[in-house]
Design a protein around this ligand. Structure first.
Ligand SMILES: Cc1cc2nc3c(=O)[nH]c(=O)nc-3n(C[C@H](O)[C@H](O)[C@H](O)COP(=O)(O)OP(=O)(O)OC[C@H]3O[C@@H](n4cnc5c(N)ncnc54)[C@H](O)[C@@H]3O)c2cc1C
Length: 487
């Protein structure tokens, strides 16, 4: 029986092992190895006192089908929770207050004129500059551009400072000056190319939608953009673990290196154990994968190390509803760098999703660190909780003692898709393809969201199963294309 070793038991490694097992119907011997005392990697949910606290990701985007597919295949459909429409508004901390993002913003592009004009977030000169986007010719050529460069060029500096920087770079815990637009938000580049600009693109797309049969006068029906699971994303982890053979799950086992041994691979573990494998999947962060591949291909290892990671932390605080000084009538707020605060964003978790807190309680989560303030994410738990409380006092007026406080640190937790990322990854893909039997998957390459990670694991599983001539009929839903999902 062919032996497959999957190194790294975060969502990517778990999805790889799970789909390998499903596709192969037990004809491949799959082992999943992780250095941590638990599987799940960045996914970790804790349920206590009626609160559901997420340490890492709290939800996933539904436009990319891979996580929804996985939930269905694990029988978790009934557990899916859509984001609440009451949590639609995002606020921005600006000039001493929380100001709502104008209704109808497509991330950085306004799609509705009146709410945009009425908004007190952007100054009149800033609004005028954003409106002038219509007159700015599209940039020709294929060179990668930073988010900051693109937004400044098309919408102006204020749109970058107050909207695109905190909201879009914030998702990646990134510096907008180095974040690659093409690798993170390619739809805006496509809009520029296809329609000549964002505002024109938004208008034409809206008009085309309205012209669709049955759409005249009717409001478009939206499916929720984000979903989560009732008991937290940990349910995904537990669901996959339940489908894997317990003896094939190795925890607390750090892999030190991978070498070749007579046409197979030899995996060396920290405890001295050596495992032989016919195929090895690296579902570890790129810098960890680099160390493991050092012996086999130092050139590839050095390319992998060139993908930078930054540290982040989250702090979740539970409060009595009566202790809140304002309604949590939105998804939370983001903080522009120019405001010089110590948090980058704050999620009103119990408004975003139901079942995150008991009825008379509220759950709030703040984000710390990222490319522009990494040192803050390195503080210990108590200092992080103090910092989160200070910041909530200053921004939301909450001075009460929280009924729950939990901090999670993610050292080197977020890969940075910097300008040139696609070329870097294309080179890495080319180099790994020259090593038959070695595979890369995970957040560092073709998308860092949970659906991207699931899709990348499923794609590797598919390619290994195909190579070993496993008939996947009935096991593989052909409408689900992991490669498309990863885009
Ligand atoms: C704070 C935060 C919030 C996020 N929010 C969202 C969100 O809301 N929605 C979303 O879609 N995405 C979100 N993301 C991104 C997403 O969570 C991650 O990209 C994804 O979970 C990464 O999964 P992974 O399996 O590729 O890597 P990881 O989860 O990092 O797993 C890698 C595993 O490899 C193991 N490992 C490392 N080295 C070794 C070794 N030498 N030997 C053995 N094992 C090793 C580690 O222990 C770890 O378990 C967030 C990320 C963070 C940090």
């Amino acid at each position: 029986m062919k032996k497959i070793a999957v190194i790294g038991g975060g969502i990517t490694g778990l999805a790889t092992a799970y789909y390998l097992r499903r596709y192969s119907r037990g004809t491949l011997d799959v082992t999943l190895i992780d250095s941590a005392p638990r599987f799940g990697g960045k996914i970790t949910s804790s349920v206590e006192g009626g609160f559901v606290v997420e340490g890492g990701p709290d939800s996933f985007i539904t436009k990319k089908a891979a996580t929804l597919e996985l939930c269905s295949s694990l029988g978790l459909d009934e557990q899916l929770l859509p984001s609440n429409s009451s949590g639609k508004t995002t606020y921005v901390w600006s000039r001493g207050d929380l100001r709502p993002m104008p209704e109808g913003m497509l991330l950085m592009a306004p799609t509705m004129v009146l709410p945009f004009l009425r908004s007190n977030l952007i100054s009149w000169p800033g609004k005028l500059r954003m409106g002038m986007e219509m007159l700015i010719p599209p940039q020709s050529g294929e060179t990668d551009e930073s988010l900051a460069g693109f937004v400044r060029r098309r919408l102006g500096a204020e749109a970058l400072e107050k909207i695109a920087g905190p909201l879009m770079a914030g998702i990646h815990a990134a510096d907008p000056e180095t974040l690659s637009l093409r690798s993170t938000f390619p739809m805006f580049l496509e809009m520029e190319k296809k329609y000549g600009g964002l505002l024109r693109g938004v208008m034409l797309q809206k008009r085309a939608q309205q012209r669709q049969p049955g759409m005249q006068g009717a409001k478009q029906k939206h499916s929720p953009m984000f979903m989560t699971l009732r008991g937290g994303l940990q349910q995904l982890v537990d669901g996959m673990l339940a489908e894997l053979r317990p003896e094939a799950l190795l925890l607390n086992r750090r892999v030190l290196g991978v070498g070749r041994d007579r046409g197979r691979f030899e995996i060396s573990l920290e405890d001295g154990l050596r495992l032989a494998a016919d195929e090895v999947v690296f579902a570890t962060p790129a810098y960890a994968t680099a160390d493991l591949l050092q012996e086999i291909d130092p050139g590839l290892a050095s390319r992998l190390r060139s993908i930078r990671y930054v540290s982040t932390a989250t702090v979740s605080l539970g409060f009595r509803q009566g202790d809140l000084k304002r309604p949590l009538n939105g998804s939370g707020f983001v903080v522009p760098r120019s405001e010089k605060r110590q948090i980058t964003a704050c999620s009103w978790s119990s408004t975003k999703f139901n079942h995150r807190a008991p009825a008379d309680r509220a759950l709030i989560r703040v984000f710390v660190g990222g490319a522009l303030a990494e040192d803050l994410a390195e503080m210990d738990d108590a200092a992080l909780v103090d910092l989160a409380r200070q910041e909530l006092r200053a921004t939301m007026g909450i001075s009460a003692e929280p009924v729950l406080a939990k901090a999670y640190r993610w050292p080197k937790g977020n890969p940075q898709y910097e300008v040139g990322h696609q070329e870097r990854v294309a080179e890495i893909d080319r180099m790994i393809a020259s090593h038959e039997g070695l595979h890369l998957a995970g957040a560092a390459y073709h998308g860092a969201g949970v659906p991207d990670c699931v899709a990348s694991g499923a794609a590797v599983a598919q390619s290994i199963a195909t190579k070993h001539s496993i008939n996947m009929d009935g096991y593989y839903d052909r409408s689900f294309s992991p490669t498309l999902c990863a885009k």
